[in-house]
Structure formats: structure tokens, C-alpha cells
Design a protein. Structure first.
Length: 309
């Protein structure tokens, strides 16, 4: 039996007070700092893969390269999505602005940090299943197995933000300011912010919206022309009908339409696992099985949510 929804009722998630170290140690950020073989192994894998990518010993992470080159690009948005090339983005200008600020650290440090963070987020979503999911992709990398089991691993190797954003959908349930990161990257993955509105959690909703507004306003003030170019790109390509690689066969409009009732149902019946599902399912550019990291995050939330919720 699920508990009835009450207006303004917040999730009964554990909270604690104290320093950042205490918050992390107590697990209020969703991270219990106790010995964990899977976590340590995934961090080590992330560092080693990042080092290999930085030295050119491993295939270049094409999405990480895109983010990095955007920091020095003078032509950020193409006419059509399918014609996107090196140094161009399908994302809001904040990504390019952050990349510009990070240029002094150099490409090697950037790719090592991003890849390590990606595998850390992979573990955060999958926990004990993270290493089996990595191992499932090894045969494909060696040219000896099907591609489907390797989808989880390849999102860690491409430098894509999928695993990071999936992890943030879990953390944002407790720390709604993090919805701003979803908004300034893949935009529609911030759909989970509506969870707070539907539950009448007005403070959480205001926090998420307020932080996002400040970031966007500051970014626009620094580069208004860049934002105008981005809005033009978004309007020309909002149907996602002309992407550079094939997308998941269910059209964006249908996925968005089915996400709305799912999130309403989840909010009113206290099922927070619907939030990562909606965030992944409503991505505009849903290449291949790009929703999988979000669905893994949903599994984690579902497995850790009390049965009464």
C-alpha cells in the first residue's frame, strides 16, 4: 500500500545537520562513505580510462571533445542539428562558457576529471551492479560480442553527461538547486523539477527555479549574442527530426506526452522513482538507448525507497 499524497508533503528522506564532511559521512547527499569495493573500483576505472584518453592510448571521447572545443569556438551553433561539427554544440551556451573557464587546466586534466566523475556517477546510480555492467560491455569493445550489453559502458567512455545527469536526478530530489544543472545541459531532463510543484513543495520548487534563473541570467548578460544563436538553433530543430545520428524510434512528442501523466501519478502516489524515468524518457536528442542510465537511477531510487512510500 502506498501512502496517500498530501499537499506540500515532502519525501521522508533522511536529513542531518552539520558540516559538509558530516553530511557526506551520514549519507544525506545519498553517499554513505563506508568501504565499498564497487565504488573504489569504479573510481579507479574512471581515473585509468581518463589517463588513457588523455595520452591517446584509448579512443577519443567524442562528446568530451565537443565540450572542450566549444570553449574556444567562434561558431557555436549550426543551421541544422545534422550538420553539427567540431566546436559546435546542441546545448545552451553555459556549457561553452564553463569550457572557456576551464581551458587553463588543459585537455588532459579536463578529460581525466570528466571521465572520473562519469564513472563515479555510474557507480552512484548502479551501486553493486556497476562492475557487472562494465564487464558486460568488455566483449563488445574487444569485437567479440553484441553492442546492446555495452550501452551502459559506452556512455561512460564517450564523455557524455548521461550518467552524471542521471545521478543528479536522484540528488535533486533532496537538493533541488541541482535541477539547474539539468536545465543548462540537456534542458528537458530538468522535467523532474515539476515533481516538487505537483507535490506542493513550493520551497524546493522555488529553489530549483531560482538557481536556474540566476545562472541563465548571468550567462545571458555575459554573452547575449550566444543565447540568441542558441534560441535560433533550438527553434529550428525543436522536433529533433534532423539529428546527426538516429534517435530512439519513439518520437519526442509522444515521449513527452507520456511523461506528463507518469510524473503526475508518481508525485500523487509517492513514487520518486518515476522522476529519473521521466527525465530520461523526455530527452530531446534520445540517441539509441540514452534513457538507460536514468532508468538505472530509477531502479536505485525504487530499491532504496521505503515500501510505505
Amino acid at each position: 500500500m502506498t501512502a496517500p499524497f498530501e499537499r506540500g508533503q515532502a519525501l521522508p528522506l533522511p536529513r542531518s545537520r552539520g558540516t559538509i564532511a558530516e553530511l557526506l559521512r551520514n549519507g544525506s547527499w545519498g553517499i554513505a562513505w563506508q568501504p565499498d569495493v564497487s565504488r573504489e573500483a569504479m573510481l579507479l576505472i574512471g581515473i585509468l580510462v581518463g589517463l588513457a584518453q588523455a595520452r591517446g592510448w584509448f579512443a577519443a571521447p567524442i562528446d568530451a571533445v565537443m565540450y572542450w572545443k566549444a570553449g574556444t569556438s567562434t561558431d557555436l551553433y549550426p543551421e541544422s542539428w545534422s550538420s553539427i561539427s567540431s566546436g559546435q554544440l546542441p546545448y545552451p551556451p553555459v556549457i561553452a562558457q564553463i569550457s572557456t573557464m576551464l581551458q587553463p587546466i588543459g585537455w588532459p586534466a579536463f578529460v581525466i576529471l570528466l571521465t572520473t566523475a562519469t564513472f563515479a556517477a555510474f557507480w552512484f546510480c548502479a551501486r553493486g551492479w556497476s562492475l557487472p555492467l562494465v564487464l558486460a560491455g568488455i566483449p563488445w569493445l574487444l569485437g567479440m560480442g553484441p553492442a546492446e550489453p555495452a550501452k551502459f559502458l559506452t556512455y561512460g567512455l564517450l564523455g557524455n553527461l548521461q550518467w552524471v545527469l542521471a545521478a543528479l536526478t536522484v540528488l535533486a530530489l533532496r537538493h533541488p538547486a541541482l535541477w539547474s544543472v539539468e536545465l543548462i545541459t540537456k534542458v528537458t531532463s530538468a522535467a523532474g523539477w515539476w515533481w516538487h510543484v505537483l507535490r506542493g513543495e513550493w520551497r524546493a520548487a522555488a529553489t530549483g527555479a531560482g538557481v536556474a534563473l540566476v545562472i541563465v541570467a548571468l550567462s545571458f548578460a555575459l554573452a547575449p549574442a550566444m543565447w540568441i544563436d542558441y534560441l535560433g538553433f533550438a527553434l529550428r530543430n525543436f522536433t529533433a527530426a534532423d539529428t546527426p545520428i538516429p534517435t530512439f524510434p519513439v518520437p519526442f512528442g509522444i515521449r513527452l506526452a507520456t511523461s506528463v501523466p507518469l510524473l503526475i501519478w508518481g508525485a500523487r502516489t509517492n513514487r520518486p522513482w518515476t522522476v529519473p524515468v521521466v527525465c530520461g524518457w523526455s530527452l530531446v536528442g534520445l540517441y539509441s538507448f540514452g534513457f538507460l542510465p536514468f532508468f538505472v537511477a530509477a531502479w536505485r531510487v525504487r530499491s532504496e525507497t521505503p515500501r510505505s512510500v
